[in-house]
Write a protein that binds this ligand. Structure first.
Ligand code: 6PG
Length: 222
């Protein structure tokens, strides 16, 4: 069952997502000494990361993963880990040992195998994700063969969103996360959200129940 949280502005949606994530992290740390969180790439999450970085959390107890990574050289401006380091990890001085990036500079196939070994025996407490206008999440795109790959981490080829080659957590890994949170904003996402509300067959609609954080521009009428 999806749960929808709708806000008048992108600012409020980002702030509310950060508040919700912080509460979920604190609840998780009451049960376990480490909280394992996968983070989204793209443009949407930066503002939320800023608000999250201001929270009073013992960041040493958080281990960070990526929902996906683009196959680009280390340090490339378009890599998701570069964006997350800029907007979150650098602000909280996250210890290197708590940051688990995907080595996509090795190419999708080798990087997916290496990341699967890192993710072995890890169950995500929180999968924080974005959504594309076509209803993709992480790098799981409609009609892509990666959707049917049962491994925990999958190489992605022919992605419609550049770069074509990526690595992504699989549908199965996202389904097994204890919580799924999606922040998506802007009218470009409206059609995908309308489809999701009508049980549309989209990758993001195949990963389980989601706590949705959207602005009114993205949220459709029906
Ligand atoms: C990526 C992201 C991707 C992103 C969506 C939404 O590598 O591009 O991980 O899944 O979350 O495409 O992107 P925006 O937030 O830029 O709309």
């Amino acid at each position: 069952m999806h749960n929808w949280h709708i806000y008048e502005s992108q600012e409020l949606a980002a702030q509310a997502t950060a508040d919700f994530l912080a509460e979920l992290i604190k609840q998780s740390l009451q049960q376990n000494s480490i909280c394992h969180i996968a983070l989204p790439g793209g443009n949407t999450p930066a503002k939320c990361f800023h608000y999250l970085s201001q929270k009073n959390i013992n960041w040493q107890q958080i281990h960070w993963y990526l929902g996906d990574e683009r196959c680009l050289p280390v340090g490339h401006a378009e890599r998701n880990d570069v964006m997350i380091r800029q907007h979150l990890w650098s602000k909280i001085q996250a210890p290197d040992k708590t940051i688990h990036t995907i080595p996509t500079e090795l190419g999708a196939t080798e990087a997916a195998a290496k990341y699967a070994a890192i993710m072995k025996n890890i169950t995500l407490d929180i999968a924080f994700l974005g959504m594309g206008e076509d209803g993709h999440t992480a790098s799981l795109f409609p009609g892509n063969i990666a959707l049917k790959n049962l491994h925990s981490v999958v190489p992605v080829f022919n992605a419609p969103k550049p770069p074509a080659e990526r690595v992504s957590l699989s549908v199965s890994t996202l389904q097994h996360a204890r919580h799924r949170i999606v922040l998506t904003m802007g009218e470009g996402k409206q059609q995908a959200i309308a489809s999701i509300k009508n049980r549309g067959d989209l990758p993001i609609n195949s990963i389980g129940d989601i706590e949705w954080f959207v602005d009114t521009a993205a949220s459709s009428a029906n």
